[in-house]
Every structure is written in structure tokens, then in C-alpha cells.
Design a protein around this ligand. Structure first.
Ligand SMILES: Cc1ncc(COP(=O)(O)O)c(C=O)c1O
Length: 354
């Protein structure tokens, strides 16, 4: 229950499209064509009220590769890059492994909810060239509100900082929350932002290695493209494109059903913990299929907690500290599985901790 992919098969429309393309027999170098793009465009227009243009699109083998390319393209060694931990570990590694300086605006955890310390955000960003935003946020499950995004964007503008907005979890938003595409909020934000999207989380396609990156500022686009080329990349994955097109063309209803099942899974975790192990709390997610579990009340060291989860409950979750600052005392559980599997996992945790 660790890595962020799902136990659910991709929808039949995707399987059918892949099988049909497989039968074609010729799998040569391929590019996103006009038909492909119009499907992608429609998806973002209808689901997020966002009008993307063809010339903004560059396809990469994934969002993580795009993060690394962007960090290298848009900063120099030892430049500062700001991230908000606890956060998806490749944010930190894309900064450290490329020899940039890691700056962390630690999220504030209070009363079971995460928020941003904007004073700290602004202090840290003074030393940064780049900010990597995670919206919705993995692992804490926040779907940033308009006022929060506006405030972060204004601070970035004030300090001349470029933004990478990783929106890979944008299709998993729970009732009463709404995903806002950061770049869409203000034309000035569009001018400083690279938006990373992908059908891979939503339709369980991670192994097909395909992501849609949108960059509307031409200068940022060409800097990104140059680094992309320097990595030896050119045409994207054919089957990645085939699956993306089929998913975006015919998968909307499937995603909506999936989302309501996942929402039920989150309620199931919450109720289970409340009734059976009240010391462990679910940080209620506003989005993503990842459950961020708070074990702080147990007062265990990071090592003790991880040993219990791994060796006594015999579960493989993600250890909180792997998400950086603020991760101690937490574990991340992937809830994109049948409820029966979730129940089994929670029973194991219960037998260890109650
Ligand atoms: C925030 C975030 N970005 C990127 C990824 C991975 O993207 P990809 O598989 O396209 O590299 C994940 C996977 O969990 C994620 O949570």
C-alpha cells in the first residue's frame, strides 16, 4: 500500500484502444497529432475550465522527469529551489541530485489540518529561483484554495520566482473542494508557470510513461525544450499517447465513479480509526487517493513506528520521514484498492496498536 498507483484496472475504453493499436503492428516514432490534442484540450476545458494551446504542450515520459528537466533548465547549480514538506520525495531529490540548494517551507499541522506559513514562505523564497508547488498536495491531501494560490503566486511574482505546478492528482478531488489550475488564476501566473499533468494517476497508466506538460511562456518553453533535448528525449511513448487519448475521450464517467468509491474508502478509514483505534487519525484528504495517517498520539520514535507497521502489522506503507520535514509520526497509506483490502490492512494496524 505504498507506491501511488491503483489496484483497479484501467477502464475498458483504454484497454480496447491499446489492443487495437497493438494489432496495427507498426510502432514507429510518433507525435501528438491534431486529433490527439483536441481530445486533451477538451478534457482540460470541460473538467477544469482551462483552455490549453497546442504550442504549450511538451510530452515527457513522466512528471518526475519533467521536474528534473525543469530544475536543470531553469536554475543553475547552487540556486535555491523552494518546496513545501512533507511532500512527494522526488521534489527534494530533483533539487539535491541536480546540485541546487534545497529550501523548505514546512507546512503547518494544527487540529488535523495543514496550512501554509506565508511569512516563512516569503522569507525562504527570497533565496529561490524556483518554487515547486504540489496541488493537490501529496501526501497531506490539501487542495489549495484560491486565496492560498493567489497569495503564493503574488509572492512568487514579487520575488521573480518561476513556478512548477505539479497537478498530477487534479482528477481526485473530494466533494466540497475544487481543483484550481494555478496558471489559470492570473495571466501573470501563466507567464511564470510550468504545469505538469498526466493521465497516469487517474487511469492507472504509470507504466506507459506519458505526461502532458504545459508551458505558455515561450521563453520558458524553449529553455525547457532545450534541456529535454539535451537529455536525449524526442518523441513521446506511442502507447502512452494512445492510452491518454482514449482515457480523456471516453473515461470521464469511469473517473467519476472511481472517485466516489475512493471517497467511500476515505470515509471507511476515518470511521474505522475513530471506532477502533482513536489514537490514530486520518488527516482528512480534500483530494488524492493517499491517506496520511497521524500516529503522533502514540509517542513512538520514527524507527519504532516503522518497525511496528512493517514487521508487526506486516504492511508496506510509506514512512512519514521519507517525505521530509514534518513527516515524523506519520505514515502514508494508498487507499486506491478494494475496500476488503483496506479493511484487512486496518485490522492489521488495529491488532498492533489497539
Ligand atoms: C505529486 C506527484 N508528482 C509526480 C508523481 C509521479 O509522476 P510520474 O509517474 O509521471 O513521473 C507522483 C506519483 O506519486 C506524485 O504524487
Amino acid at each position: 500500500m505504498w507506491v501511488a498507483d491503483m489496484d483497479f484496472a484501467t477502464p475498458p475504453c483504454v484497454i480496447d484502444a491499446l489492443v487495437a493499436r497493438a494489432k496495427h503492428g507498426i510502432y514507429g516514432y510518433s507525435e501528438p497529432d491534431a486529433e490527439f490534442f483536441s481530445v486533451v484540450q477538451k478534457w482540460f476545458r470541460e473538467r477544469f475550465d482551462w483552455n490549453v494551446e497546442r504550442k504549450w504542450l511538451i510530452a515527457t515520459p513522466g512528471v518526475v522527469s519533467a521536474l528534473y528537466i525543469a530544475v536543470r533548465a531553469l536554475t543553475k547549480p547552487s540556486d535555491g529551489v523552494l518546496i513545501q514538506q512533507p511532500v512527494y520525495p522526488p521534489f527534494e531529490s530533483s533539487v539535491k541530485q541536480t546540485g541546487r540548494k534545497l529550501l523548505v517551507n514546512e507546512l503547518v499541522y494544527s487540529n488535523g489540518h495543514y496550512s501554509i506559513d506565508f511569512q516563512d514562505f516569503e522569507n525562504k523564497i527570497k533565496d529561490a529561483e524556483l518554487f515547486i508547488l504540489c496541488n493537490p498536495h501529496n501526501p497531506v491531501g490539501r487542495v489549495w484554495r484560491e486565496d492560498e494560490l493567489m497569495r503564493m503566486g503574488e509572492i512568487c511574482l514579487r520575488h521573480g520566482v518561476i513556478v512548477i505546478s505539479d497537478e498530477i492528482h487534479q482528477d481526485f478531488i473530494y466533494p466540497e473542494h475544487r481543483h484550481i489550475v494555478f496558471t489559470k488564476l492570473d495571466p501573470r501566473f501563466a507567464d511564470i508557470t510550468l504545469t505538469c499533468t498526466s493521465p497516469s494517476k487517474t487511469f492507472n497508466l504509470a507504466g506507459l510513461l506519458y505526461a502532458n506538460i504545459f508551458i505558455s511562456n515561450e521563453k520558458l518553453f524553449s529553455r525547457f525544450e532545450q534541456e529535454y533535448t539535451c537529455c536525449g528525449l524526442s518523441q513521446p511513448s506511442l502507447m502512452g499517447m494512445v492510452s491518454c487519448k482514449a482515457a480523456y475521450e471516453s473515461g470521464a464517467e469511469w473517473v467519476d465513479e472511481l472517485k466516489s468509491y475512493l471517497c467511500g474508502n476515505m470515509s471507511f478509514i476515518k470511521e474505522f480509526l475513530k471506532e477502533r483505534i482513536p489514537k490514530i487519525k486520518l488527516v482528512e484528504p480534500e483530494g488524492t487517493y493517499l491517506a496520511w495517517l497521524d500516529f503522533l498520539a502514540l509517542g513512538l520514535s520514527a524507527q519504532e513506528l516503522n518497525d511496528l507497521i512493517t514487521h508487526k502489522a506486516k504492511l508496506w506503507l510509506n514512512d512519514g520521514p521519507s517525505f521530509g520535514l514534518g513527516g515524523k509520526g506519520f505514515q502514508r497509506m494508498n487507499a486506491a484498492c478494494p475496500r476488503s483490502a483496506l479493511n484487512k490492512a486496518l485490522e492489521s494496524i488495529s491488532s498492533c496498536f489497539s
